[in-house]
Write a protein that binds this ligand. Structure first.
Ligand code: TPP
Length: 699
């Protein structure tokens, strides 16, 4: 891999252990835990999940540099305190105060997060951060900073797909990731045996990671082992796995009654033998570093500090309700530029190649990661062919696992602060990555703007075949290769969804998407990769209003996100507005050309380009003039993005419309079948749009 991103360099000397300071942190965690548990019981806030039994996480953090990143579990209060020394933040999160630095009071307590302290934003989804941690490790390996990222989960979390993806990311690419499973034997009420069979540590070792079992009740042993592992990770020997054996001294959370699923004997045994705070105290007493009086004093001081902090936090403002829609999505500011490069007729696949090259030229840390993309052909659709030829190392072939790809792009984007690109070969197969994509889109909101997740996910979507369906007929993409995709993405808050219809827009929008701080799904219609300008009639002239959009300038230019393009076909006042995107823009333009040729007048064809957030003003401006609207979508006629647009038009223009807005969509079937007759019956075409225009015009 190339090293091309400047970054802080982590030290090679592990921090030496100050056992008294460590003890104080652990006592602070336990005391704060007990205060928060009591406040929850008193009804001061709705939820608390505790750390008792997991305080050795502070010792893990001592063994790391401040430049190293952390992905904590909800049990890692002691780790949080060791890194930040911020008791106030914990109380602010519990009491949901605007001052909460983890998310302005938005997230549940114990979901640790801080960009400043390099603590990745904990998700409620157990294991959810794991693929992101792989991406952070990837960034650290690329930038040569010798930083390490630590990811922590529980024995339940070890069974998640996410954790297994991280194991694969970290081992295949030898990433500097320390993976910790804090095994307390319970996953809510389910015992460890339900999570894996055999020896987990041996299994991870067999995957080619350094893997060790550690007594997590002993903070000093935990520190020593972490120190050793971190040194090996910095030396490039990574990844490492630490199976940390701990005990859970409380119920799972404030919503669980411990006595209903654990026996009295087991609870007593765990309390007696698995308390790391007690063990640390014994170590310090044994070594003569503390007396009983010191211990009492430390406890009193810690309690007084927490009491003072709580009093202060209770005086801080609560969250105003009207904030609820703030910081959902960030659209990059747009500065129009002069496009100066020579333009030439170019198919969309070449425009995408060009766009990727322009991005790499300005951002040498940029790369595309996806199945086959590093091959000589530049993936199965050749989108990365120029990167492979001209910028070695910027198109990298991935394992066959979409969540793996999304995690690398998302985590690396968070570490680098700029979008890195994942390519999903066919949109249909993004589904194993759904959770990672959805969480990436939530981070900005969840952290109340503290974190961004720049990520560019490109994917081939839509019906198989080449060119407009009306010209070229069926494509045989069938199940697994022909879903439109927008129905899956446009309803994810925080996600930008783009679907270009023309080569010019594909390049300009792709470059602009790489500048976004919110994640972007970029739907490339496979049919359009090599499509020519559409013709109203076979063998006739190309549609003039579209021809210009096949001329792609050389060099750098951008097109704005969130802005539609209105294409007027015909002349005079427009009679109707068609709202479409992707391949359906071509079908709509063909229909409009045929209709205006036969009937005179004009039709506005709006190419939405950005599907979410969509351009309400462009629709308003046209529909208010025409009073007739047709939405054309390639999605099946079920709950869909097209239906959303249709509903939005109905709600906003009902009293102005001359007739009910029409929706033209694929049929309500799972996907296009392989055989030609059924496939043709499934997808909408220009004929359907033309018929709708005729009907609306005659009513
Ligand atoms: C993906 C997912 N599934 C289910 C849950 C509900 N849930 C929350 S915590 C938990 C158990 C986690 O157990 P473990 O990883 O062993 O951690 P522990 O709480 O024992 O420390 C479950 C099932 C969740 N939050 N996320």
């Amino acid at each position: 891999m190339t090293t091309n991103v400047t970054a802080p360099v982590a030290g090679t000397d592990a921090r030496t252990l100050d056992p008294l300071a460590l003890y104080r942190t652990m006592v602070t965690a336990r005391t704060l835990n007990d205060v928060l548990k009591a406040r929850k019981t008193q009804g001061k806030f709705p939820f608390y999940i505790g750390c008792a039994g997991h305080e050795s996480m502070a010792a893990v953090v001592v063994a790391m540099d401040d430049e190293d990143w952390l992905s904590f579990y909800y049990r890692d209060l002691a780790g949080w305190l060791q890194r930040t020394h911020d008791v106030h933040a914990v109380l602010r999160a519990a009491y949901s105060r605007v001052t909460d630095p983890m998310g302005g009071g938005r997230n549940m307590p114990s979901h640790y997060s801080s960009r400043r302290y390099h603590v990745l934003p904990t998700f409620s989804e157990v294991g959810g951060l794991a693929p992101f941690a792989g991406g952070v490790g990837w960034a650290f390996k690329r930038d040569g900073s010798r930083r390490v990222v630590t990811f922590v989960t529980g024995d339940g979390g070890a069974a998640t797909n996410d954790f297994n993806v991280l194991l694969r990311q970290a081992t295949v690419h030898k990433l500097p990731v320390l993976m910790i499973v804090a095994n307390n034997h319970w996953a809510i009420m389910t015992e460890r045996q339900a999570q894996w069979a055999g020896d987990l540590t041996a299994q991870v070792r067999a995957m080619d990671a350094i893997a060790v079992d550690v007594d997590g009740v002993d903070p000093v042993a935990t520190y020593e082992t972490t120190r050793e592992l971190v040194a090996r990770l910095r030396a490039g020997e990574g990844p490492a796995f630490m199976h940390l054996h701990v005990g859970l001294l409380d119920a799972h959370s404030s919503s669980t009654d411990i006595r209903r699923y654990r026996t009295r004997e087991e609870i007593e045994e765990t309390t007696r033998t698995k308390d790391p705070v007690k063990r640390m105290r014994e170590i310090l007493l044994d070594r003569g570093l503390l007396t009983e009086q010191d211990i009492e004093r430390i406890h009193d001081e810690v309690k007084a500090e927490i009491d003072r902090a709580e009093e202060q936090v209770l005086g801080e403002p609560e969250v105003p309700a009207e904030r609820v829609t703030e910081r959902v999505i960030e659209i990059p500011p747009y500065e129009p530029q002069q496009v100066s490069g020579t333009a030439r007729k170019t198919p969309m696949i070449e425009a995408i190649n060009d766009g990727l090259v322009e991005i790499v030229k300005r951002d040498p840390g940029f790369f595309v990661f996806g199945q086959d993309v590093g091959s000589a052909t530049g993936g199965v659709f050749n989108a990365t062919m120029r990167l492979v030829r001209e910028f070695p190392g910027t198109a990298i072939s991935s394992a066959l696992n979409e969540q793996f790809i999304a995690g690398i792009a998302a985590g690396c984007g968070m570490a680098d602060g700029r979008a890195r690109c994942g390519e999903i070969q066919f949109v249909d197969y993004h589904q194993s990555a759904t959770q990672t994509i959805r969480l990436a889109a939530r981070i900005y909101y969840q952290s109340n703007g503290d974190w961004n997740t720049p990520m560019l996910l490109r994917m081939k979507s839509g019906s198989g075949g080449g060119g407009p369906i009306s010209d070229s007929g069926s494509g045989g993409g069938a199940f697994g290769h022909s879903n439109a995709g927008e129905q899956w993405f446009t309803n994810v808050p925080g996600l930008i969804t783009i679907c270009p219809a023309t080569p010019y827009d594909a390049k300009g929008l792709l470059i602009q998407a790489s500048l976004a701080q919110s994640p972007v799904v970029f739907l490339e219609r496979g049919r359009l990769y090599r499509s020519d300008v559409p013709h109203a009639h076979k063998g006739g002239e190309p549609i003039a209003a579209l021809a210009e959009l096949w001329n792609v300038p050389e060099g750098y230019y951008t097109e704005p996100i969130g802005k539609a393009r209105t294409i007027r076909i015909g002349s005079g006042a427009p009679l109707a507005t068609i709202i479409s995107w992707g391949t359906m823009l071509l079908e709509s333009a063909i229909a409009a050309a045929r209709f205006t040729e036969a009937n005179g007048g004009a039709v506005d064809v709006i190419d939405l380009r950005t599907l979410m957030p969509f351009d309400t003003e462009a629709i308003r401006a046209s529909v208010q003039g025409t009073n007739r609207a047709i939405v054309v979508t390639e999605e099946p006629d079920l709950t869909s993005f097209g239906r959303h647009i249709h509903s939005w038009i109905t709600e906003n223009f009902f009293w102005q419309l001359d007739n009910p807005p029409a929706i033209i969509s694929a049929r309500a079937a799972p996907a296009a079948p392989y055989n030609a007759p059924e496939e043709s019956a499934y997808f909408p075409t220009a004929e359907d749009v033309e018929r709708a225009l005729e009907r609306l015009a005659s009513e």
